[in-house]
Design a protein around this ligand. Sequence first.
Ligand code: SIN
Length: 331
Amino acid sequence: MNLLQTLIGLIAVFSFTLTTALAEPILIRFSHVVAEQTPKGVGANRFKQLVEEKLAGRVKVEVFPNANLYNDDEVFTALLDNDVQLAAPSLSKFSIMTKALQVYDLPFLFDDPSAVEHFQRGEIGQRLLTALDGKGIKGLGYWSNGMRVISANRPLRTPTDLRQLSLRVEPSKVIEAQYRQFGAIPIKLPFTHTRDALRREVIDGQENTWSNIYSQGFQASQTYITETHHSFLGYMVITNKTFWDQLPADVRRELETILGQVTEEVKARATAQARQDRQAIIDEGRVQLIALTDQDRERWRQAMIPVWKSFASQIDPEIIAVARAANARNR
Ligand code: SIN
C-alpha cells in the first residue's frame, strides 16, 4: 500500500467516525390517548426512560399522551406517514385495519387478563401480531389495561336494563353489536371526548377499565358501575415497518429488549392499578357498584352468544376456539 492509499484510508475512517459522532439521534415519537398515570401512560414514559439510558445519544424518544398529537383514528395514518414511530391503540381500534383482531371484543369470551395473556403467548396470539405486516405496520407486542366494566346513570343488573341507554363505545363493530342486541344506542366517540359528553349528559354511560374511568373522572357524572368484566381492553404496540426494519440492527435489538421489559412491567402494573383505582372510586362514595354473581354473569354471557354468532364469518372459528380454551388452561 503506498502513502496515498494509506492517507485515503485514514481519511475515510476519520470521516466515518466523525459522521457517526455528529449524527443526530434517531427520533421515536410515541403517541397515545390516555393519561400518564394509566398502565399505558406509565409504560410509554418508562420506555422513553430506558431507551434514553441504554441508547443515550443514539435514540431520543418523545411521548405525546392524552391525544395531544393524534387521536386513535388518526394515528394509523400518522404511523404510515412516519410522523410518529410508535403507538399502542386499544385492540378494538384495529377493526378498521383487520377483522381477525375482533376476537378480543367478543363479549364474555375471556374470563380475565391472565386468560388473555395465555392466548397472546400462544401461536395464534403471536401470529395476530403480524396481522398488519402487509399494510406496513409491525406489531411489536401486547400491553394490558384490564377488563371492562359499564358505568351508567341507571342500574344495570341484566342485559335488558341496557334498553334505550346511549353509551360511548370504541369504534368496533363487535362492541356496537353487543349493545344493539339489547336495544341500547352505541355512540362511537374518541376517548378524549367521553368525559365531556358524560358531563353534558349527551350520553348516559360508557364502558371502560377502572384506570381509564378513574384517570378521566368519568365516575363524577355517573351513578352506577356494573362489574361486568365482559371484555378485555389491551393494546398492540405498533411501529412503521419500514422505519423499524431500517434501524441499525444493534439499536433495533436493544429497543426490542427494552420493549420486552416494559411489557412485563405494564402487565404487572395493570393488575395492581385496576384494584387501586376501583378502590379509589369506591372511597369517593359517589357511584354505587353493582357486582354480578357467577349466575348473573352466566346470564349476561348467554345473552351475548348471538353476537358471537353474527361475527362467525369474519373471525376464524379456530381463533375463537383457542381463545375459549385459554380460559380453561388458565384455571
Ligand atoms: C385507551 O385505553 O387507549 C383508550 C380506550 C378507549 O378508547 O376507550
